[in-house]
Design a protein around this ligand. Structure first.
Ligand code: ADP
Ligand code: ZN
Ligand code: ZN
Length: 835
């Protein structure tokens, strides 16, 4: 199935018309926030087009996106004679709303506009991988419909061909000349060429994108569940959300695992399609399983077809050509539903009717490099730009979304004078010129509408969750792995596993630690040597591999550096201990327990190198060839297999003891999510959570599936400590090979922030910026991982009462050139990871 691009206007450009364009070049230029001005030789140049422009000394050709077109008003103080012309139109284009979205992102996330725009277009699209130009013929528009008047002038074979062409179906043209000749039963293409020469046919070019791996999207098929009858809670959500199609609004769909959230998305999308609009669905990277994608493909007409009801799928496992093809399908209107991961929020789909963000709490929606955006928050902003509703779904909503859906606005503060539209998507006030919520006369109400799906569909029940005290288990002895220190499967879990397998059930075991051993140290306590990465402040992790010398490598999980496994302590020459169990070692322990190797599969980013490996693993599990899946959080999300009767969380503590105020929230989410994989079929599910902290509230409340109590307590703590979502955070990390330089740089940033916070603008009278004086600046302080890949890392954190105030502060620093996102400075607004 090929998709069409408009054929790009080429070299034959008309002479310069005196029009200008602003171009955001794909460079980290922060000095020209609205782009650089160039002359446009093309009167039809549009906002969003990708072009090449001469830049800098030597006029190097540099890619960029048109962000504005116009006349003299774009010149500002520039003289027309000094303006260089755009060198080339590339032929790829972003829809105009995405350019507006980029302008917002560049400001909100403190990122140069050109880099935001560069990140919106996949490089496969920029380089037009798989682009194919077909040379076709079609009936010329001025050819008379009747053949009569040509009779005397055409040779017989040519006349026959012409008659044949006129008798063809409407859809048969344009056609490839050789294929047309065969279809008409001609011996050669001679007659077709003569028809072209006579002006009856004309040559046209059609651009399409082809990829060798077109099957990639097809193999998602095969999930043909009937369209179920909605239960009352689902019907209420579908009705409520669908009634708001056509205007911006945020809906939080809070439904326990297996409550039928996906069915709600599907129905809302049906309504949007029926209204002639399109839809965008975002899912976390590892939740984009064949199952998830299959349900959308199944409902919405499978592979994109001419009827324009197809589905485009965008995930990280696509080849470059396939990515370009899927993108072009969305851009060309062949796909009206796009399902994809984080970056699919920039899918070039027009006429959006609804955006869905599934598992909205998932941290994989946050990009950890420039631009450091949050896919959920950008989705909310995009919905605002496109004036459509956005549905956030989760069994364990982020506290940001939960507080927006349950807390009413505090009494409206006086409008901020100079902050303009300080609206922000994720929390704060969702306000803006186009937003219905910006009207101040509303009675106090929650910013998001909340829809609950409190029960599993049908007769399904949430699984029983048992917390198992690991120190107790250790005392009982006989841990798998013969009582060795660090053995990870206690007698309770191993008993449950045997029982489950004995009755034909399947199990999922979660351990969020890759590798074999996470610490390699000297066996002599007196020596205490530990193997550390030479470039990072981190221990190296042992990964076993049978075909490597000494049975494996040690790898740094931060800089990905590798080295050979040392065989003795370099300090005292004693033997080495391998501590800290990872998934590889558990795999070994399970085999030792007698679990047949063929029925166990380890799923982590080491064993699953490609998306294909992962999809294969899931289909083997779904067929029952595999009985036990052991893995990292790759096994925790989105999987829906009815025969999973046991879920084991090997260590409920891995995410608990990290220096991050969201540690409890993450632990709660992870346990709830993985527990949600159990008991989705007719058999009841059992979940066993092994932990050293059996009374930890996050773990206890997760075992009761009690999200609301957890959220209430956790929000109270955040409010008391002034942490998000009660406040808004930004984090600046400075990096340098020289620690003193990193520290000094961070010190400058912190001082500049404090001066602003304490300066004249923070006055309480009418000249001040309300709330600015309550901003808290923390640091500089060394990051939890103080050095990565040879770069020391120092952080400054800032907490502001609202997003508007935070934005004011960051913009002020930025325009004073005190803050810039570059190789030495990472500015992270609404950070998700604080390492
Ligand atoms: P969630 O996304 O909340 O985890 P799903 O949408 O995956 O839940 O639904 C779980 C299962 O229940 C799916 O197999 C789905 O087809 C089925 N299902 C959803 N809604 C209904 C319904 N109203 N009646 C019967 N089955 C349903
Ligand atoms: Zn390292
Ligand atoms: Zn030693």
């Amino acid at each position: 199935m090929d998709s069409l691009f408009p054929t790009s206007p080429s070299d034959a450009a008309p002479p310069a018309t005196g029009r200008y364009a602003r171009i955001a070049v794909e460079r980290g230029l922060d000095s020209a926030p609205e782009g650089l001005t160039y002359a446009s030789p093309w009167p039809d140049l549009e906002v969003g087009e990708r072009v090449e422009v001469p830049l800098g000394r030597g006029d190097r050709r540099t890619g960029g996106i048109v962000v504005a077109v116009g006349g003299d008003e774009l010149l500002g103080a520039l003289k027309p004679r000094g303006i260089k012309p755009i060198a080339n139109r590339v032929g790829a284009k972003l829809p105009e709303p995405l350019v507006r979205l980029a302008l917002w992102m560049a400001e909100y996330y403190v990122c140069p506009l050109g880099m935001v725009l560069a990140g919106m277009m996949p490089s496969a699209v920029k380089h037009r991988v798989g682009r194919h130009v077909e040379k076709l013929v079609e009936v010329s528009p001025d050819a008379p419909a009747a053949d009569e008047e040509f009779k005397p002038r055409l040779p017989e074979a040519t006349l026959e061909a012409w008659k044949g062409i006129l008798a063809l179906d409407a859809g048969a043209m344009p056609a490839e000349p050789r294929a047309l000749a065969i279809r008409l039963g001609l011996a050669s293409i001679g007659p077709i060429n003569r028809l072209v020469a006579r002006g009856l046919l004309r040559r046209v070019e059609r651009e399409s994108v082809r990829s060798r791996s077109q099957a990639a999207s097809l193999e998602f098929l095969g999930n043909t569940a009937p369209r179920p009858e909605l239960n009352p809670a689902q019907a209420a959500a579908v009705g409520g959300i669908s009634s708001t199609l056509g205007s911006f609004g945020v809906h939080l769909l809070f439904g326990v695992t297996g409550s039928g959230k996906t069915e709600v998305y599907l129905r809302v999308i049906e309504h949007a399609l029926a209204a002639g609009r399109s839809a965008l669905v975002l899912v976390p990277e590892i939740a984009l399983t064949p199952q998830t994608a299959g349900r959308f493909l199944d409902r919405f007409g499978g592979v994109a077809g001419a009827a324009g009801r197809g589905v485009a799928v965008l995930h990280s496992g696509l080849s470059a050509g396939e990515r370009h093809r899927q993108w072009a399908m969305a851009a060309g209107g062949l796909a009206r539903v796009v399902v994809g991961v984080r970056s699919a929020v920039f899918a070039p789909i027009a006429n959006l009717g609804v955006i869905v963000v599934d598992e909205e709490h998932d941290s994989s929606f946050k990009q950890d490099q420039l631009p450091r955006y949050h896919g959920r928050d950008v989705a909310i902003k995009r919905a605002q730009v496109e004036a459509c509703p956005v549905v956030l779904g989760s069994a364990t909503p982020s506290l940001e979304s939960w507080s927006n859906a349950t807390h009413t606005d505090p009494p409206t503060p006086p409008p901020l004078r100079i902050l303009g539209n300080g609206g922000s998507p994720g929390g704060g006030r969702v306000s803006g010129p186009n937003s219905p919520n910006s009207v101040d006369s509303h009675p106090p109400r929650a910013k998001y509408r909340l829809w609950r799906l409190p029960d599993r569909v049908g007769a399904g029940r949430l699984p029983e969750v048992r917390i198992v005290d690991m120190s107790e288990e250790r005392r009982k002895g006989v841990l798998m792995g013969e009582g060795r220190v660090g053995a990870m499967i206690g007698p309770t879990l191993s008993g449950a596993l045997r029982d489950t397998l004995a009755v034909g059930g399947q199990a999922i075991l979660l351990l969020n630690r890759r590798g074999y051993a996470t610490h390699i140290c000297c066996a002599s306590p007196a020596c205490g040597w530990t193997l550390l990465c030479h470039a990072c402040d981190a221990a190296l992790v042992l990964h076993k591999s049978a075909n490597l010398p000494r049975g494996g490598v040690v790898r740094c999980h931060h800089c990905l550096g590798e080295q050979l496994v040392p065989d003795r302590c370099p300090v005292c020459s004693r033997a080495l201990s391998r501590l800290g169990t990872g998934t590889q070692r558990v795999e070994e322990d399970l085999s030792a327990m007698g679990l047949d190797a063929g029925s166990l599969l380890r799923v982590d980013s080491d064993s699953m190198e490609t998306a294909r490996d992962y999809f294969d693993a899931l289909s083997r599990f779904s067929r029952g060839d595999i009985r036990v899946l052991l893995g990292t959080q790759m096994v925790a999300k989105g999987l829906d297999f009815p025969n999973v009767r046991l879920v084991g969380v090997l260590s409920g503590d891995t995410s608990l003891h990290v220096p991050d105020f969201r540690a409890g929230e993450r632990t709660f989410q992870l346990i709830c999510q993985v527990a949600g994989r159990a008991g989705r079929g007719e058999h009841a599910g059992l979940v066993i959570v092994q932990t050293m902290s059996p009374r930890e509230p996050a773990i206890v409340l997760a075992s009761h599936h009690d999200y609301e109590s957890f959220a209430r307590a956790e929000l109270a703590t955040r409010v008391a400590c002034g942490l998000p979502p009660a406040t808004r955070m930004a984090r600046v990390v400075t990096r340098d090979e020289d620690h003193a330089a990193a520290l000094q740089h961070a010190q400058r940033v912190a001082t500049a922030m404090r001066e602003l916070v304490e300066g004249p603008e923070s006055r309480a009278d009418a000249t001040g910026v309300p709330g600015l004086s309550s901003v808290v600046v923390m640091g500089p302080v060394d990051c939890a991982v103080g050095r990565i890949a040879g770069q020391y890392r120092v952080a400054v954190e800032v907490l502001a009462p609202t997003a508007g105030i935070l934005r004011h502060l960051l913009s002020a620093l930025r325009s004073d050139k005190l803050l810039k996102s570059d190789a030495h400075t990472a500015v992270d607004v609404d950070p998700v990871s604080l390492m």
